[in-house]
Design a protein around this ligand. Structure first.
Ligand SMILES: Cc1cc2nc3c(=O)[nH]c(=O)nc-3n(C[C@H](O)[C@H](O)[C@H](O)COP(=O)(O)O)c2cc1C
Length: 198
């Protein structure tokens, strides 16, 4: 099994999403002794925000790209190749302002490409990134899996929507939540790790 692990918290060893993501990776490794693992810290080597050259390059046929446009599409092509090659993708996603961090969003902006990761067949979109298992490791200060704040959760719902659109529909989400809530924070990580089911 080829595992791709994406980190989007800049908090290193203190990060709850990274700890949960690592626990998922570790279970995958135990279940598949023949695994390989690629880890990308999207905060250490961030993808650039999309600029004009990136977008122009995405929509220019390969043989017509100038050297500048060839350079502009390199990150995206590499990220897509890496994703296509993976069997399992573990995505660590801290909740920032009810959504995902911009470092993770820029990665998504580089992998969501018409003709590469999705296509429109007539009017129906078709995801081209198939046969992947995706595991989300979501961390949040409050509780969003139930209760009145559930409506404010745009981490899991967004990731399920955008990854599903690209064909990644086999998604399991695990949450370490309430890390800022006294009485919950002490046990939040252990509870999340115990809930992991591949
Ligand atoms: C910029 C920023 C925005 C945040 N926004 C929210 C939020 O909207 N809701 C929430 O419950 N927690 C929020 N938090 C708390 C984090 O989700 C929480 O600390 C989480 O553990 C961060 O992930 P990490 O431990 O992997 O770094 C925010 C934290 C930061 C730094």
């Amino acid at each position: 099994m080829k595992i791709l692990h994406l980190i989007s918290s800049p908090r290193g060893e203190a990060s709850f999403s990274v700890k949960l993501g690592r626990a998922i990776v570790s279970e995958l490794q135990s279940a598949h002794p023949d695994h390989t693992l690629i880890t990308h810290d999207l905060t250490a080597t961030p993808f650039p925000h999309l600029e004009e050259a990136h977008i122009t390059s995405f929509f220019t046929p390969e043989e017509k790209r100038t050297p500048e446009l060839v350079e502009a599409v390199k990150h995206s092509d590499e990220a897509i190749a890496e994703l296509m090659n993976a069997d399992a993708v573990v995505i660590d996603a801290p909740m920032y302002n009810f959504g995902i961090p911009s470092t993770l969003k820029t990665w998504i902006d580089h992998i969501a490409r018409a003709g590469k990761t999705f296509k429109y067949d007539g009017k129906t979109p078709e995801g081209l990134v198939t046969n992947k298992k995706v595991y989300l490791a979501i961390s949040s200060g409050g509780v969003y899996s139930e209760g009145f704040m559930k409506a404010y959760d745009f981490t899991e719902s967004y990731l399920r929507a955008v990854l599903g659109f690209m064909g990644m529909t086999d998604i399991k989400a695990f949450r370490v939540e309430g890390v800022k809530v006294p009485g919950m924070q002490e046990t939040a990580l252990d509870k999340a790790i115990q809930a992991i089911e591949l």
